[in-house]
Ligand binder design. Sequence first.
Ligand SMILES: C[S@@+](CC[C@H](N)C(=O)[O-])C[C@H]1O[C@@H](n2cnc3c(N)ncnc32)[C@H](O)[C@@H]1O
Ligand code: SF4
Length: 361
Amino acid sequence: MVRSAYIHIPFCKSICSYCDFCKFLYDYQNIDSYLLALKEEIASVNIKNELSTLYLGGGSPSCLSLREIKSLFAILDTLPLSCDYEFTIEVNPVDMTREKLEFWYQHRVNRLSIGIETFQKELLKTLGRSHTFDEMKEKVTLAREVGFKNISVDLMYAIPKETLEQLEDDLEKVNALDVDHVSCYSLMIEPKTKLYLEKITPIDEEVDLTMYQKIHSFLEYHGFHQYEISNYAKEKKESKHNLVYWNNQEYYGFGLGASFYLENVRGENTKKLKDYLTHQGRMEEIISEEDKMRYEMILGLRKIKGVKKKEFYQKYRKKIIDVFKIEDLLEKNVLVDDENYISIHPNYLYVSNEILTRFVD
Ligand SMILES: C[S@@+](CC[C@H](N)C(=O)[O-])C[C@H]1O[C@@H](n2cnc3c(N)ncnc32)[C@H](O)[C@@H]1O
Ligand code: SF4
């Protein structure tokens, strides 16, 4: 039974220099027709079962005006949610007004994911963003006052010219915000982004690794635990929605460019706005049993715990070691096979992408 849904809102008030997500500059003339297409797409599925996770991502779903947010939630209010649901909205800090926060909270949103990235003025300039620590402290306090008990922030590191001292300062400030969850991403300079076109030099790989280790030791010391390569949570504050992906479970995907996994099909909506408005350009791929097992490993090994052997066997009636040639990785202790799980050894998490390629067809 599908118990999760992702909904994409591809608009932002300004475009950041590093971002290659599916997004457009906010233009109020596009929003109403987008919301209409989204409404039709969701209605076409007829979701009857209660969802345990709902994720409103983007772009910046927070950038819509209050009138547009109301129109979006007229659709979302109709979705059935389970009693222990998690409903996340991705928020750009500049959009965190009391009015919007109160509206989301009253309309069942119970988790905020805020794109903070850094507090360093010069680095924010490189990223094409701006806010100060005092503003963020005020906004997180406001969200708490409104009632939000589950707040996550995105922290970016390895930004060109970033120093270890700046990262330490960011970590101290994130900690001072007293949030529940931190996602930490090393800046990727993606083709076609402003940083790429300006030929900005990426940070040295060794510095990147030192920063990854610094983040790990700092957050673990301050009461967060790493449960996925890039994600740290306080007790019981892991992202339930993202765990659905990493546990290779099914989910609906609605909106421009949204991906989905339903029964034996993985797919993605078109990234062309014009096509989405007329419900065209959806891509679908039938997933074989072998593919499912590969996904189980590629996604599951992102979790620090790894892949549960018993669950793998229950799903596929096969043992992991009989399906994949991983003896050498186990011998070298790159992968660890304990009584219940197969996982990546902590020393190799930083190079996990190389290890995961072993499970690609
Ligand atoms: C959809 S955005 C978050 C919400 C909102 N749009 C915002 O930017 O505040 C998702 C997150 O992905 C991360 N991200 C996006 N592009 C990235 C890149 N090129 N390298 C590393 N992280 C990136 C950022 O941390 C960003 O906050
Ligand atoms: S990082 Fe967030 S705000 Fe910036 S362009 Fe990407 S989706 Fe929009």
